[in-house]
Design a protein around this ligand. Structure first.
Ligand code: HEM
Length: 446
C-alpha cells in the first residue's frame, strides 16, 4: 500500500533571495546541484526566491513529471521570464496553442526530411575547414558555433547566413547571456528600462530585422524550397488558418536558439574529450577509415558509425548540453510522495542524474564502450535524458544527432586536435552547458 502524500516539503538547502542572487547556486550551479543531491538524496526542497521547488534526482520521479503527469505542469519560471525573446515559440508556448504548433512543425523533423539535410551539414563542415591550417591554434567552440548556426540557417530557413551569421551569432550571444542571468530574468521583467533590458531589447530588434526579412523573402517566393520555414508558411490548419508573421518570428528565433548552441556544445565537448582520450580517439579514427575510407560521410553511413554514436552518447552523458530542466505546477499533483500545489516548482538536472553511480559505473569517466552492450535497455528510462522526454521532448533530437555525427566524422578525417596547455576549460551552466572560455586547440592535419 502506498503511503499518503506528504503535505510539507522535504528538507533542503533553503536560502534567501540574496543567496539565490549571489550565492553558490548562481556562481556554480553544477557544484550546487551535485552537493544537494549528495546531502539530501533523491528529493529535496530548493528555495528559489520565495518559490518552493522540489528538486528530484530519481529517474522514476523525473519520468512522472515529464511523462506520466506531464499535463499537470507547465514550463518553468526561467523559460517564462524569457518569453519576450522566444515569444510563443515551441519551447515556451503551452496548451492547445503549443500542440497545434508542434503538429505543424513536426513534418519538418520527420526522418526522411531530416535525412535530406545531411548533405548540407557535411558541406558546411567542409566549407569551414577550408579556412583551417595545420599547426594553427583555434577556438574550437567558436568554430562549432559558427558551423551549426550556418546549418540551422540553411536547413531550416534556406537562408545563406554568411552575411548575417556574424550579426545573428553575436546578438544571440548577448541575448543568451542576458537570458541566462536567471535571478535578474525572474525579478526584473524586460519592460523595465534597465541597461541590461535595453541591451536585450536592442538585440531582439536586430535579430527580428533579419528574421522578418527572411520571412518576407519566403512569402514572395511562395514555393516549398524544402526548408522548415517554407513548410511552415505553406501549412494550413484544419480550419484553413496559416501562421502569422509574428508566429513565424517566434518559431524562427526559437529554432535558431534551440538548435544552434546545443549542438555546438555537444560537438565542442566531444572534441575536447577525444583530445584527452587517445585510446578512444584511435578507435574512432579506425572506425572512420573502415567505414568511410577518406570519403565524405552521408546519412546512409550513420548506422555503421556505431562507435561514433557511442562517443556522442557518452559525451552528452558527461556534458549534457541541456544540463537541467524545470517545471511549474499547474494543478495539484503528487511527486516523489509530496503533494505539490499550483505555483510550486519541480527541477531536475541531467548533469546530476547522468553522473549518478547507481546507473553508471565510474560515472566521471569518459568510456564510450559502456554503451556497447545493453546498458541503454537496462537503465531506467530517465537515467539518461539529454533530449528531455514526454510530450515536450526535443523536436530536433534526430536532427542534432545526425548533425553532430556528420560534422564530427567530416572534421576528424582531416584534422585532429591538440589542446593548448594551460587554457582553462570550464563548463558554464548558462541556459546551455558551454565551455566558459572556449576550447583552444592546435590543429594537426591527418
Ligand atoms: C545536442 C543537441 C540538443 C539538445 C541536447 C537538446 C535538448 C533539448 C531538451 C532537453 C529539450 C526539452 C526542454 C524541456 O522539456 O523543457 C529540448 C526541446 C526543444 N528542442 Fe532541443 N536539443 C538539441 C538540439 C536541438 C535542435 C538541433 C533543434 C532544432 C533544430 C532543437 C529544437 C528544440 C525545440 C523546438 C524544443 C521544444 C520542443 C517542444 O516543447 O515542443 N533542439 N531540446
Amino acid at each position: 500500500m502506498s503511503e499518503a502524500p506528504k503535505n510539507s516539503f522535504p528538507p533542503g538547502p533553503g536560502g534567501s533571495t540574496f543567496a539565490f542572487l549571489f550565492g553558490d547556486r548562481r556562481r556554480d550551479p553544477l557544484a550546487f546541484f551535485t552537493k544537494i543531491a549528495r546531502d539530501y538524496g533523491d528529493v529535496s526542497q530548493l528555495r528559489l526566491l520565495n518559490f518552493r521547488t522540489l528538486f528530484i534526482n530519481h529517474p522514476d520521479d523525473i519520468e512522472d513529471v515529464l511523462v506520466n503527469k506531464a499535463r499537470k505542469f507547465e514550463k518553468g519560471r526561467v523559460m517564462k521570464a524569457n518569453m519576450r525573446l522566444f515569444g510563443e515559440g515551441l519551447l515556451t508556448s503551452e496548451g492547445d496553442f503549443w500542440l497545434r504548433q508542434r503538429r505543424l512543425a513536426q513534418p519538418a523533423f520527420h526522418r526522411a526530411r531530416v535525412a535530406a539535410y545531411g548533405t548540407t551539414m557535411v558541406e558546411y563542415a567542409e566549407r569551414a575547414m577550408r579556412g583551417w591550417n595545420s599547426g594553427e591554434v583555434r577556438d574550437i567552440h567558436e568554430d562549432m558555433m559558427e558551423i551549426t548556426l550556418q546549418i540551422v540557417g540553411k536547413t531550416l530557413f534556406n537562408a545563406e547566413l554568411t552575411r548575417d551569421a556574424k550579426e545573428v551569432g553575436e546578438t544571440m550571444e548577448v541575448l543568451l547571456k542576458l537570458a541566462a542571468d536567471f535571478g535578474k530574468s525572474i525579478l526584473i521583467p524586460l519592460w523595465v528600462p534597465t541597461p541590461r533590458n535595453l541591451r536585450a531589447r536592442m538585440g531582439i530588434r536586430r535579430i527580428e530585422k533579419i528574421i522578418y526579412r527572411i520571412i518576407a523573402q519566403k512569402r514572395a517566393e511562395a514555393s516549398d524550397t524544402g526548408d522548415l520555414l517554407s513548410m511552415l508558411l505553406a501549412v494550413q490548419d484544419e480550419d484553413g488558418s496559416r501562421m502569422t508573421d509574428k508566429q513565424l518570428r517566434d518559431e524562427t528565433i526559437t529554432l535558431f536558439l534551440a538548435g544552434h548552441e546545443t549542438t555546438a556544445n555537444a560537438l565542442s565537448w566531444t572534441i575536447w574529450l577525444l583530445a584527452q582520450n587517445p585510446a578512444v580517439e584511435k578507435k574512432f579514427f579506425e572506425e572512420l577509415s573502415g567505414v568511410l575510407n577518406g570519403r565524405a560521410p552521408n546519412v546512409e553511413d550513420m548506422p555503421k558509425l556505431t562507435y561514433t554514436a557511442n562517443i556522442l552518447t557518452e559525451s552528452m552523458r558527461l556534458y549534457p548540453p541541456a544540463w537541467g530542466m524545470a517545471r511549474l505546477v499547474k494543478e495539484e499533483v503528487e511527486v516523489a510522495g509530496y503533494k505539490l500545489a499550483p505555483g510550486n516548482g519541480v527541477a531536475c538536472a541531467q548533469w546530476v542524474v547522468h553522473r549518478d553511480a547507481r546507473w553508471f559505473d565510474g560515472p566521471e569517466k569518459f568510456r564510450p564502450e559502456r554503451w556497447e552492450g545493453d546498458l541503454a535497455k537496462r537503465l531506467p528510462r530517465f537515467a539518461y535524458f539529454p533530449f528531455g522526454g514526454g510530450p515536450r521532448q526535443c523536436i530536433g533530437n534526430s536532427f542534432a544527432l545526425m548533425e553532430a555525427t556528420l560534422i564530427l566524422a567530416t572534421i576528424a578525417q582531416k584534422f585532429r586536435f591538440k589542446l593548448v596547455e594551460g587554457h582553462p576549460v570550464k563548463p558554464l551552466a548558462s541556459i546551455t552547458l558551454r565551455p566558459q572560455h572556449g576550447i583552444r586547440a592546435t590543429l594537426e592535419a591527418r
